[in-house]
Design a binder for this molecule. Structure first.
Ligand code: GLA
Ligand code: ZN
Length: 682
């Protein structure tokens, strides 16, 4: 709504600390022990009722809040704050039984029956009506509660439905988008394979029964599949919006969010962001060495709301039960990763969950309290020590922002479009390329924002746009403006290939980016990933040879100079990496192949060095460095992800808020393995 000021979480006196609490799964006498333990651990915030639909409502007109009231009353008596969910994370059996339309139809065309969760058809009129009604009832009941800090709508929206209701909604969405079938036929390049549509009703969802073979990424018509992804993401957003509107009828000011999943392909979080009052996400990294990936994902989530602080809505204190093999977090890792989230802009650090479920598939998922409820376990001790850390540091960084002069562009359309296309290299994934570029930047210690392609770029001296496959709107012009005013722009192979409809440009590759980078891609070779082409890189560090794999664009420099050349195959001697200088000192770098991490690092360090953006600890790749600043106060974070101690010279004078130690600039500090320094700079 234009003209109204945004609703943001009210800053508290410290980082919010707690998590999902589902005491409706165990007897009230246990609740007393829960709260006693929470007091010991410095827990101040509990998320309630995410999966309570069936416990609240046994039928359409039947709402009974006895149990949730009791939970809220006990939480309120403890003095803790709470996040109230709209309870729509899972359907109740009666609803699925009475209205089978609420169950999804899957990609293979099978209508599901009752079971699991996160599986409501987003287009079902019954689901939309009853989920919004439930959200409204809950809001009516708990709005205005002095300890309510936020609304948690739905849970981890995702997946897709291919039912008749979705097909009809897809057609309406298409009418709205294209207005005429002529325009739609043009966008989908329907003249290919006799697909010219003559009636909107001829359009069906793209799935295994229609346009697809071999799964989600093999489609005869990228335009249709891409539009279905966009539509499905928006259909679920509509569910969120309808629940939020129901809340707003009773509560005008408590911020509302939903828990995102980081780099999650089916939902375009950039298109959702505007409807959220603040961003929050669930941090379940795939491995115990995911620190760079988490750094990236925190930045992606922070970028959703223009750099505003976000919340970690869930993380596990110990194990994630859903993997085949479930390692515990090693000593110190919970603390390190939790501080890492704060270092990247989190103002709340919450767990899933506070006490282990007794039964069903998550009964062994890690929790602050295990089934025994003991508080003398290693896990509980680490949770409590972190609680003490957060109390000690208080409100020092709440609301503070990241002063980044470098940006990485991320785009769901480019992700979708590049991965569902024949003719490229199907072993190259968009996240893999983005993460490789991110890692090189992260290791160099540059403060980074991860932003959508339509974000303003004026504040950035370096803009990195890996695999910018689709060019929409004025992105090419805005990238050019960065280089023209003296900044540096970087892009890669497979960029500038298609327009917003996934149709190729009728020009040289990389399309609208060609003149900015001063290159033309004459051919794109792709080879199995055991084939290496050596690349000679020239530059500040002298001549060196790195390797590249998978994708080899054969470039013609037209205004750019080669900084890397292929050594092998029939294109030996041709440019693989180029740099086009701009009069005001800017440069546009094009990387036409998948460089190994050393090669990437060397290119990106040259880019950052030209702009004076290398971080102070860039020689220690496992020592992460971030800054949050508020007004004139800078707080920096040093995070030692290594399994060995690291000794460095402090980049600034200040006080470590965790230990009280006062440091002079240049003073030697040693961080133990997994240790953290939170330096309030003097
Ligand atoms: C997700 C969900 C939670 C729970 C956890 C367990 O993030 O939101 O309900 O299932 O995973 O890992
Ligand atoms: Zn559906």
């Amino acid at each position: 709504m234009s003209g109204t000021s945004p609703i943001r979480p009210v800053l508290q006196n410290k980082v919010l600390y707690g998590g999902d609490y589902n005491p409706e799964q165990w007897p009230p006498k246990v609740w007393e022990a829960d709260h006693a333990a929470f007091d010991l651990a410095g827990i101040d915030t509990l998320t309630l009722g995410v999966f309570d639909w069936a416990l609240i409502s046994a039928g359409e007109d039947d709402y009974d809040f006895t149990l949730l009231d009791a939970v809220v009353a006990r939480v309120a008596a403890s003095g803790r704050r709470f996040v109230m969910a709209t309870a729509t994370g899972a359907l109740p059996p009666w609803l699925a039984h009475r209205h089978p339309e609420v169950n999804r139809t899957d990609f293979e065309g099978r209508r599901h029956v009752y079971g699991q969760r996160h599986n409501a058809c987003p287009s079902s009129p019954v689901f939309r009506r009853l989920s919004a009604r439930l959200a409204g009832k809950i809001a009516e009941r708990y709005a205005g509660h002095p300890q309510l800090v936020a609304w948690h709508i739905g849970n981890e929206y995702g997946g897709a439905c291919y039912c008749g209701n979705c097909a009809a909604a897809f057609r309406s969405w298409l009418r709205e988008r294209y207005r005429s079938l002529d325009r739609l036929n043009e966008a989908w390049n329907a003249a290919f394979w006799s697909h010219t549509f003559t009636d909107w009703d001829e359009i069906v969802p793209p799935n295994a029964l229609s346009e697809h073979w071999r799964g989600q990424n093999h489609t005869a018509f990228q335009g249709i599949t891409l539009d279905y992804l966009r539509f499905m993401s928006e259909a679920m957003l509509q569910n969120f919006v309808e629940e939020k509107a129901a809340i707003r009828e009773h509560d005008a000011s408590t911020p509302a969010t939903t828990n995102f999943m980081g780099m999650y392909r089916p939902i375009d979080y950039h298109r959702w962001a505007e409807q959220l009052d603040f961003a929050s996400w669930d941090n379940y990294p795939p491995t115990d060495r995911s620190e760079a990936r988490m750094a990236f994902t925190h930045d992606l989530m922070r970028g959703l709301k223009g750099g505003d602080p976000f919340w970690v809505m869930e993380q596990t204190p110990t194990i994630t039960a859903s993997r085949d093999i479930n390692p515990v977090k090693r000593p110190g890792v919970l603390r390190l990763w939790s501080w890492q989230s704060v270092a990247h802009g989190a103002d709340a650090v919450l767990y899933f969950q506070m006490r282990q479920s007794r039964g069903a598939c998550e009964k062994y998922h890690g929790a602050v309290l295990d089934h025994s409820g003991r508080t003398d376990t290693r896990a509980f001790r680490e949770v409590a020590e972190l609680g003490a850390d957060f109390r000690r540091v208080g409100d020092a960084v709440l609301g503070a922002r990241t002063p980044a002069r470098a940006a990485l562009l991320f785009d769901w359309d480019s992700w979708w479009a590049s991965e569902m296309t024949d003719g490229l290299n199907r072993t190259v994934s968009y996240p893999q390329v983005v993460l490789a570029y991110h890692r090189a930047l992260w290791e160099a210690g540059v403060q980074l924002d991860v932003v959508p392609v339509d974000a303003p770029l004026d504040g950035y001296d370096v803009v990195v746009a890996p695999l910018l496959h689709m060019i929409k709107g004025d992105t090419a012009e805005r990238l050019r403006a960065v280089a023209e005013r003296g900044g540096s722009v970087v892009s890669t192979f497979h960029s500038g290939r298609v327009d917003q409809d996934t149709n190729a440009f009728l020009t040289d590759v990389p399309g609208p980016l060609a003149s900015l980078f001063g290159v033309r891609v004459e051919e794109t070779d792709s080879l199995p990933d055991d084939v290496v082409n050596r690349i000679s890189l020239s530059g500040a560090g002298g001549e060196r040879t790195v390797t590249s794999r998978s994708v080899f664009e054969i470039l013609v420099a037209e205004g750019a100079e080669a900084v890397g050349t292929y050594n092998d195959d029939f294109y030996a001697g041709r440019p693989a990496v180029t740099r086009k200088p701009f009069p005001a000192g800017g440069a546009a770098w094009y990387v036409g192949t998948l460089l190994d991490q050393n090669g990437l690092s060397s290119i990106l360090r040259s880019v950052l060095a030209e702009q004076g953006l290398i971080g102070p600890y860039a020689d220690e790749p496992e020592l992460e460095f971030t800054v949050r600043s508020l007004e004139d106060v800078r707080t920096s974070f040093l995070l030692n992800h290594a399994d060995t101690p690291v000794t460095v010279q402090a980049h600034a004078a200040g006080t470590d808020l965790l230990t009280g130690r006062v440091l002079a600039a240049g003073e030697q500090i040693t961080l133990a393995p997994k240790d953290v320094v939170v330096l309030r700079e003097a």
